[in-house]
Design a protein around this ligand. Sequence first.
Ligand code: OOG
Ligand code: MG
Length: 236
Amino acid sequence: MTVVEDLDAALLGAKAIPQVNLGSVDEAYAVQALLVQRRIDRGEKMVGVKMGLTSKAKMAQVGVDQVIWGRLTDAMRVPDGGTVSLEGFIHPRIEPEVAFLVRDGAIAAVAPALEIIDSRYADFKFTLPDVIADNTSAAAFVVGAWSPMPSNVDNLEVLLEVDGAVVQAGSTAAILGDPRRAFEQGAAMAGELKDGWVFLAGAATAAVPLERGTFVRAVVEGLGMASVKAVGSWGS
Ligand code: OOG
Ligand code: MG
């Protein structure tokens, strides 16, 4: 099987595969495009772009120190305050994000967000090309209420709470110094950002395992929160 088929089978069967050790970043983005195209062919729609490894906390957690980007589809979107079924995930983690709403190639609004990542590789272990090929571990995301862009978006406190307890704390300053920089880089890397798309700037803190039955919130100073409840169990 090809790498695209292997990654797609891992996604559909919720079963991790060994690292594939792709040779180059260009090859990896080509694999990602084909992988997501399979989802589009199954009826999903592109609804945005996500950045990955835009903070040192995230780079350190996965041992890869380059900014990457991936694709978001409507099937990954979970309503704010809704529930997400862990059925179908391999070993999900959750992390706090800042989301931007795209209009005319620019930022039209900002919202607190959560991303659920679920590497299709065993033990969440991958190289830079491998994680790019795996659509940057994208699995699901939640976007809170949109606000107009505040004057300060580069130094807002970010909290990740599980069942009311703070488990990660950081600042939007951790996202390339300013999450708007992630937007600029993402726009250049993705080549195109369409009106109405969601743009996730990348987590400001490390991710934590997403456990069944837990209620998770991302709280971003001045912007409010995004929340989700995890139901069902994962793993095989
Ligand atoms: C890669 C995805 C990174 C982020 O916000 O930095 C990412 C991973 O951690 O598996 O989504
Ligand atoms: Mg993320």
